[in-house]
Design a protein around this ligand. Structure first.
Ligand SMILES: *Cc1c(COP(=O)(O)O)cnc(C)c1O
Length: 402
């Protein structure tokens, strides 16, 4: 214990104070469980913020990384990289996209998408067409452009002036989007399901409507699937749930099982606007990241994997609905597959803390929304264990049983 305390004070001394960190140091994990430096084990329903679809301590993934590390860790994109080509082939064979650009994070993938949209219209002589419309309550990253894209003023405060060329409309409001569209609109950027903003689902027909508006006006449709992609909703990509496809899509979080990686995908029509020298990343798609990505992708598309996600997701959804009928502090249950949220009428922080004391990690987003984003390999026993703790925590939080 004292050693952990020393590390925590050392962290305060020499690491930027940018995170509200828990007083916990995790040291190892297996499957859906992680263990802290005091030997306490937790059931992990955060999964590195939806970044560990295969959970922790996956030997196959570790072996894939080790085997590649022994051969080559990094060479730069001055050369052809076999695992990068293989992963791009898998991603394009299994999505609407024709081409992939690899980078290192979600924000970087969205930056690339925004640059691509601007370049696409620039190439067509439409030099004033660079504006991107995004949604209120959205989250697209922490770089200057993705902060401007993010539809939450709190993240921009103190970092003004925002990058030019972004505006926001309410998520779910097709009329507002239609009114905001103008000849300067290059793209509409939207999360199919808003994750960080509180696990908010698109209303019925909304994404199809956004697609239609983009088609009418010629604007590009960009889906930010950084959180919803890679099997999270029970489909490989969330857009598959809505019977339509975007022109551009961004991925990160789960794409390489927790190894840092992002990707920008597009149809040829759009992707062809990038030519040598237009966009680059030193580490993007390096051999190590792509070997991890290949292992993860092959698992996710393997027989039965997504069916398991759907089954676990449906089970979690129905058990959460059950809790809603018993606790009046639950206002809403939202989500799809294994991204689920409970919107409370009270701040969620105390529920999160009391679950942690019981050995279950969940997090709270948008102040009142408990978010459940477990590893996709989570099983029913683990689900039941989490739900029992949740039941107790909601009770303690004063959720009078109805
Ligand atoms: C997490 C997230 C991002 C940012 O990803 P980073 O890897 O932290 O830059 C962007 N968009 C969505 C939808 C996210 O959930």
């Amino acid at each position: 214990m004292s050693e952990t305390k020393e590390f925590i004070s050392l962290n305060q001394e020499c690491v930027f104070n940018t995170y509200g960190r828990l007083p916990i140091m995790l040291v190892e994990g297996k499957g859906s469980r992680v263990t802290d430096s005091n030997g306490k084990t937790y059931l992990d329903f955060i999964a590195g913020i939806a970044a560990c679809p295969l959970g922790h301590g996956n030997i196959g993934l570790a072996d894939a990384i080790y085997a590649q590390a022994k051969k080559l860790i990094h060479v730069s994109n001055l050369f052809h990289i076999e695992p990068q080509i293989e992963l791009a082939k898998l991603l394009t064979d299994n999505s609407f996209a024709d081409k992939v650009f690899f980078c290192n994070s979600g924000a970087e993938a969205n930056e690339g998408a925004i640059k691509l949209a601007r370049k696409y219209f620039h190439d067509r002589g439409e030099h004033a067409r660079f504006h991107v419309i995004t949604m209120e309550n959205s989250f697209h990253g922490r770089t200057l452009a993705t902060l401007a894209a993010t539809g939450q003023t709190k993240y921009r405060q103190g970092f003004e002036p925002p990058v030019e060329g972004f505006s926001h409309v309410p998520f779910g409001d097709l009329g507002a989007l239609r009114n905001a569209m103008n000849p300067g609109t290059a793209a509409v950027l939207v999360e199919p399901i808003q994750g960080e903003g509180g696990v908010r689902m698109p209303s019925e027909g909304y994404l199809e409507g956004v697609r239609a508006i983009c088609d009418e006006t010629g604007a590009l449709l960009i889906f930010d699937e950084v959180q919803t992609g890679m099997g999270r909703t029970g489909k490989l990509f969330a857009y598959e749930n809505f019977g339509m496809t975007p022109d551009v899509m961004t991925l990160a979080k789960g794409i390489a099982g927790g190894f840092p990686m992002g990707a920008l995908l597009a149809t040829n029509r759009v992707a062809n606007s990038f030519s040598p020298g237009n966009h680059a990343s030193t580490f993007g798609g390096n051999p190590l990241a792509c070997s991890a990505g290949l292992f993860v992708f092959n698992k996710i598309i393997s027989e039965g994997f997504l069916r398991h996600v759907l089954e676990m997701g449906a089970y979690l959804g129905s058990r959460l609905d059950e809790l809603k009928s018993r606790y009046d502090i639950i206002k809403d249950i939202r989500g799809l597959g294994l991204i689920r949220g409970i919107d409370l009428s009270i701040p969620g922080a105390d529920v999160v803390t009391s679950m942690r004391d019981m050995g279950v990690l969940i997090n709270c987003t948008a102040d009142t929304v408990l978010r459940f984003i477990p590893p996709l390999i989570v099983n029913r026993t683990e689900m039941d264990e989490m739900l029992s703790a949740l039941d107790v925590a909601l009770d303690r939080a004063g959720g009078s049983q109805t």
